[in-house]
Ligand binder design. Structure first.
Ligand code: FES
Length: 352
C-alpha cells in the first residue's frame, strides 16, 4: 500500500489520538478510546540486504516456473493420456490432470505469498475514520420498533405459538437435508445410463398408447413420441422410460446428411433420436419442420436432426444420440440395436 491521501498516516508507538473530520465539516468528534498506536516497523532481511532480496526474487521466479511446468504438464496429460472410458483410464487421466493442475495453481499461489511476504512493502498504514456509532435516539427508536413488532405479533403472550414457530423452523431444513444425505449414500452406478430397453428387433411404439408404428404411417414433417414395445413389462418401467424415450420424424432423404459411420441408421428418411437433452436432461420436444431443428425448452439448445442432431445453438455440447432403426417383415419400425452411446447429459465417466 502507498499513502494516498491526507487521511492516511504511518504513526509510530504512542501517536497522539486522531481526531477524525467528516468531509466538509469542521466539527471535531471525540475519540471513544485512546489510540494505542503501532509498534515500530521492523525491517525484514530482504529490506536490509540486497543479496537476500535477490535470493527471494529467484525463489519466487522458481515457484512461477513450477506453475508453468504444471500448466504445460496439464496440456500434455490431456493430449497424451485421455480417458478411454475404462475405470483405469478415467483414474489415470484424472490423476495426471489433477497433479498437473495442482502444480500449476500451487506455483502461482505460493509465489504470490512469497512475493508479498518478502519483497512487497510491509509498512503499516492507518486510516482514520470518524465514529460510526448511531445516536442513542436512533438506537432507542429501533429497539422500540422491534418491541412494538413483537407486541403486535402477540408471540410473547402465546407460548404455544412461539413453540410451534420454533419447532417448524427447526424441522423445515430437514426437507432439504434428508434427500441430500440420502442421495449421497445411494447407488452411484453410472453404468445404468449406458443401456436402455432398446435392443435389436424392439418395435417402436407410440407414447403413451404403446401401439406399434408402421413406416408408412410416419408423415414427413410430423414429430412422433416413441417408447419401446413392452415397456410396461419392465420392472422399473418409469425409470426405463425416462432413458428410452425417442423422438422420430421423417425428413426428405435429399436433405438428410448421414455420417459414413451411421449409414443405414435411418429408414427412407425416418430418423429417431433420444429425447433426453444432452445438456442437463430436459425432454427435447419442440420441432421446427422447415429448418429440421429440435429445440430444448429448458435452455434453448437446438439440434439439427437433418445433420445427425448436431448442436447448432445453446449450452449442450454433444449431439442427441441416434437410435438405429429399420423395419421388420410386417413393415413395423424396429430398432437395430440399443443406442451406441450413453443418453442424457454428459458426465465424467461417459464414453467419448
Ligand atoms: S436441458 Fe436442454 S438446453 Fe439445458
Amino acid at each position: 500500500m502507498t499513502e494516498h491521501s491526507s487521511e492516511l498516516s504511518t504513526p509510530g508507538a504512542g501517536a497522539a489520538p486522531v481526531a477524525a473530520r467528516p468531509a466538509g465539516s469542521e466539527v471535531t468528534l471525540p475519540e471513544r478510546f485512546e489510540n494505542p498506536g503501532l509498534a515500530p516497523h521492523r525491517d525484514r532481511v530482504a529490506d536490509r540486504d540486497p543479496a537476500a532480496a535477490r535470493g527471494a526474487a529467484r525463489r519466487i521466479a522458481l515457484l512461477f516456473g513450477v506453475s508453468m511446468l504444471g500448466s504445460i504438464g496439464f496440456v500434455v496429460a490431456y493430449v497424451a493420456a485421455p480417458s478411454d472410458g475404462t475405470v483405469t483410464g478415467v483414474r489415470n487421466s484424472t490423476l495426471y490432470l489433477g497433479i498437473a493442475l495442482f502444480l500449476a495453481m500451487f506455483g502461482i499461489g505460493a509465489a504470490a505469498v512469497q512475493w508479498a511476504r518478502t519483497l512487497m512493502s510491509d509498512r503499516e498504514i492507518v486510516e482514520a475514520r470518524h465514529p460510526q456509532r448511531t445516536s442513542d435516539a436512533d438506537r432507542a427508536a429501533a429497539i422500540e420498533v422491534l418491541r412494538q413488532g413483537a407486541a403486535d405479533s402477540a408471540i410473547g403472550r402465546r407460548g404455544v405459538l412461539k413453540g410451534a414457530l420454533l419447532s417448524a423452523l427447526a424441522l423445515a431444513p430437514l426437507t432439504v437435508a434428508v434427500p441430500l444425505v440420502g442421495e449421497v449414500g445411494g447407488t452411484w452406478n453410472v453404468n445404468a445410463f449406458r443401456h436402455t430397453l432398446w435392443k435389436k428387433g424392439t418395435r417402436l411404439t407410440l407414447d403413451p398408447s404403446g401401439r406399434p408404428i408402421k413406416a408408412e404411417d410416419v408423415v414427413e414433417g410430423s414429430i412422433v413420441h416413441v417408447i419401446p414395445d413392452k415397456l410396461r413389462d419392465s420392472e422399473h418401467w418409469i425409470e426405463e422410460k425416462a432413458k428410452a424415450v425417442v423422438l422420430m420424424t421423417r425428413i426428405d432423404p435429399a436433405v438428410l446428411k448421414e455420417a459414413p459411420d451411421r449409414a443405414g441408421w435411418s429408414y427412407e428418411g425416418i430418423v429417431a433420436y433420444s429425447k433426453i437433452c444432452t445438456h442437463v436432461g430436459c425432454p427435447v420436444a419442440l420441432y421446427e419442420a422447415q429448418t429440421h431443428h429440435l429445440l430444448c425448452p429448458c435452455h434453448q439448445s437446438t439440434f439439427d436432426i437433418a445433420d445427425g442432431a448436431k448442436v447448432v445453438f445453446g449450452p449442450a455440447n454433444r449431439a442427441l444420440p441416434q437410435l438405429p432403426i429399420t423395419v421388420d417383415d410386417e413393415g413395423y419400425l424396429v430398432a437395430q440395436s440399443d443406442f451406441t452411446e450413453p443418453i442424457g447429459p454428459s458426465y465424467w465417466e461417459r464414453l467419448k
